[in-house]
Design a protein around this ligand. Structure first.
Ligand code: ATP
Ligand code: MG
Ligand code: FE
Length: 331
């Protein structure tokens, strides 16, 4: 079955063609990062306008790259949330219009579920059940994935998402946007010399909280400024990243142990982090737990992962809502 996927929830306009939920025939991604970088973050109105101009060319490119025409497409899917409402509406409306005009089935997709499915595209042998850690720009979730479309939520962030913390800390240090890749690179050159908190919350909680860590970094930056001292940027990057990783690793392995699962799957933009991958793998080796994460290009937003979720939902007979929901939850 050939699925056409459309993603426009934030600042990437992407259209993809995927066979049977697993094999990418094309995955065209038009990123707006360069424009939003000028503002230090995504400007919603600009994002919507850029999606409007990019969506049809990306659709043509995706079909061309896959070597197919619209007639060959069996199923059409698009992200319906969570995300920026104006941005979501562009891709969703285009995809729904296409489905109506071509009399093809349509599935509205949850973007966060898409991040999990990026792993099915990367690892052809991966199957549920497993523990899923989703750490993206706007969300942090710890879940038990029991089936392609079913899972149980164990933890989520109570304030900032993991990726958001990377972005805010990088912005405060004035080292660039988006913050994740910059901090990842700098952390390799630095030492973990700053003492920063690991916020674990209640002993039995799987929730996350990253705003206290962010504030601790801001306090260090302010104190250095007041004393007229230079902040050691690479050391701060290494210290901050280690504090995030320690919490993510600890909670993921605790949940795996509780559930008796021997597989942990990472997803979302922060799963591209080299320190997180290495820490997960080294703990995994010690505890006999297999660690999976997506190819780098599939960690951040793309339409191939949206096509994959849509395919598995369609197989289960779940068409879902076709309306945009900016606050769509994982539950
Ligand atoms: P959501 O999926 O929650 O709606 P989003 O789509 O904006 O949010 P993603 O595309 O999954 O988020 O990921 C972007 C985030 O990933 C940004 O916060 C970015 O800083 C972070 N990120 C990207 N690469 C890395 C990296 N190597 N290390 C840490 N964080 C990273
Ligand atoms: Mg993005
Ligand atoms: Fe995302």
């Amino acid at each position: 079955m050939l699925t056409l996927g459309v993603e426009s929830s934030c600042d990437e306009t992407s259209v993809a063609v995927v066979r049977d939920g697993r094999e990418i025939l094309s995955n065209m991604i038009s990123s707006q990062i360069e424009i939003h970088r000028l503002f230090g973050g995504v400007v919603p109105e600009i994002a919507s306008r850029k999606h409007v101009s990019a969506i049809l060319p990306m659709l043509d490119l995706a079909l061309e790259e896959a070597g197919i025409t619209m007639e060959d497409v069996d199923l059409i899917c698009a992200t319906r949330g969570p995300g920026l409402i104006g941005a979501l509406l562009v891709g969703l409306t285009a995809a729904r219009g296409l489905a109506l005009a071509s009399h093809k089935p349509f599935v509205g997709v949850n973007h966060i579920r898409g991040h999990i499915c990026a792993n099915y595209l990367t690892h052809k042998d991966l199957e549920p059940p497993f523990v899923g850690l989703i750490v993206s720009g706007g969300h942090s979730y710890l879940i038990h994935v029991t089936d392609y479309v079913d899972f149980t939520l164990y933890g989520k962030t109570r304030d900032d998402a993991a990726g958001e913390a990377f972005d805010k800390v990088a912005r405060a240090m004035g080292i660039g946007y988006p913050g994740g890749p910059v901090i990842d690179k700098l952390a390799k050159e630095g030492e973990k010399t700053y003492d920063l908190p690991r916020v674990m919350l209640e002993a039995d909680s799987y929730d996350f909280s990253f705003s206290g860590l962010k504030t601790a970094v801001l306090n260090e930056l302010n104190q250095a400024k007041q004393k007229g001292e230079e902040i050691r940027v690479a050391d701060m990057a290494a210290s901050f990243q280690a504090a995030v990783i320690d919490v993510l690793v600890e909670k993921s392995f605790r949940l795996a142990r509780e559930l008796g699962e021997k597989t942990i799957v990472l997803a979302g933009g922060v799963s591209a982090n080299s320190g997180l991958r290495a820490a997960m793998e080294s703990r995994g080796e010690k505890e006999g737990v297999a660690i999976y994460y997506p190819d780098p290009i599939l960690c951040t937003d793309n339409a191939a992962m949206i096509a994959s979720v849509g395919y598995y939902s369609h197989l289960k007979g779940e068409a879902g809502s076709v309306y945009a929901d900016p606050n769509l939850g994982l539950e």
